[in-house]
Design a protein around this ligand. Structure first.
Ligand code: UD1
Length: 340
């Protein structure tokens, strides 16, 4: 029988790509989103890619009754919780906004899972929980460091909420996926990242500069202790990342978990510096990017990349796309948005 997966925040960047991969893998998907940080572009794109309309519920996961009603209306076999705010800088200025939204929404999901006598819960966590790592690459056993922003705090707290609920409530099982830096877009160029206002993240800033919406990319610091002086990250293709969710959900619904709470790094294991990324973007898309070196951005870690061995072995998942393919997809998406 087909299994049903609820995707909270399913109209967003990661949620929409995960929805497509889940549906293509044969799952019934229910999308729920309050649309506070996106319009319906990605939802429409998802339906176009799949050639059918998926159930969509506009609702806020901070509304406990709405979450309970959702669980009563559908037989939910697994829930993937994306619905959260994610701007690091904003979270420093508005911590309560982040605590209220990111924590309460997840508490409501866990409460609904408990009330229905159990559920498979996948939480969308982040490599931010590792802070500035002492050893590279980071494994799931690398220690979590004190968070450097309320956003990071909410990721750590939600991991703990999930772990505690798995221990306490029979039938509740959990996986936390710790994403490194998700970038790119679907190869169809029908779904992708839709940042509101000036992008905080590197790749949307690059593509918006290339298309002419931004004048110049600032590279934050070239005096870090790395080969070329710029920070290193593990950029993971969004479709590869989405496929990791399908593997994790399948592991849960098929009862193949080794522990009732598991954590996996989702990265490539391949460090890429900011300058390397910019150069790769220019080369694969055959264009010149206007950029300058600017001061360091407060709060940035020098370098972080994943050891993805555990996910490779346990989930049978591996990042497949090259950074060039991913940057070509990001550019195709930006051009699609601009109607070019
Ligand atoms: C941050 C968060 C991460 C979160 C992700 C998505 C931390 C430490 N990191 O990742 O948890 O999941 O955002 O919201 O909390 N850069 C530039 N110029 C720009 C933009 C970025 O040079 O205009 C550089 C940054 O200094 C950094 C790299 O590009 O070295 C990547 O930055 P970004 O895309 O913002 O991701 P992170 O900060 O790594």
């Amino acid at each position: 029988m087909k299994k049903t997966v609820l995707v909270s925040g399913g109209a967003g960047f990661i949620g929409s790509h995960v929805t497509v991969e889940l549906a293509q893998a044969g799952y019934d998907v229910v999308i729920a989103d309050n649309m506070s940080n996106c319009d319906n572009t990605n939802y429409c794109g998802v339906c176009q890619i799949l050639g059918k309309k998926l159930p969509f519920i506009k609702m806020d996961f901070c509304d406990e009754n709405a979450v309970n009603n959702l669980f009563a209306d559908f037989k939910i076999d697994a829930v993937i919780h994306f619905a959260a705010f994610k701007a690091v800088g904003e979270s420093v200025n508005e911590p309560l906004k982040y605590y209220r939204n990111n924590l309460l929404s997840f508490i409501n999901v866990l409460e609904a899972a408990r009330k229905q006598g159990g559920c498979n819960v996948l939480f969308s966590s982040s490599a931010t929980v590792y802070g500035e790592p002492e050893e590279l690459p980071v494994t799931e056993k690398s220690p979590r460091q004190p968070a450097t922003s309320p956003y990071g705090d909410t990721k750590q707290m939600c991991e703990d909420f999930l772990h505690d609920c798995v221990r306490a409530y029979p039938g509740v099982k959990g996986i936390a996926l710790r994403y490194f830096n998700p970038i790119g877009a679907h190869p169809s160029a029908l779904i992708g990242e839709l940042p509101r206002g000036v992008p905080n993240n590197l790749v949307p800033f690059i593509t918006q500069t290339a298309i002419g919406r931004r004048e110049c990319l600032s590279i934050f610091g070239d005096d870090y202790p790395t080969e070329d002086g710029t920070c290193k990250r593990d950029y993971i293709d969004i479709v590869d990342l989405a496929k990791a969710h399908v593997s994790a959900v399948t592991r849960m619904v098929e009862g193949r978990m080794k522990e009732d709470y598991e954590i996996f790094n989702v990265g490539t294991g391949r460090p890429v510096s900011v300058l390397e990324l910019v150069n790769a973007f220019e080369k694969v898309n055959n264009l010149k990017l206007n950029y300058k070196i600017a001061p360091r951005r407060p709060g940035d870690v020098v370098a972080i990349w994943a050891d993805p061995t555990l996910a490779n072995e346990e989930l049978g998942w591996k990042a497949e796309r090259s950074v060039e393919e991913t940057l070509a997809a990001a550019w195709a998406w930006e051009k699609h948005l601009a109607g070019k």
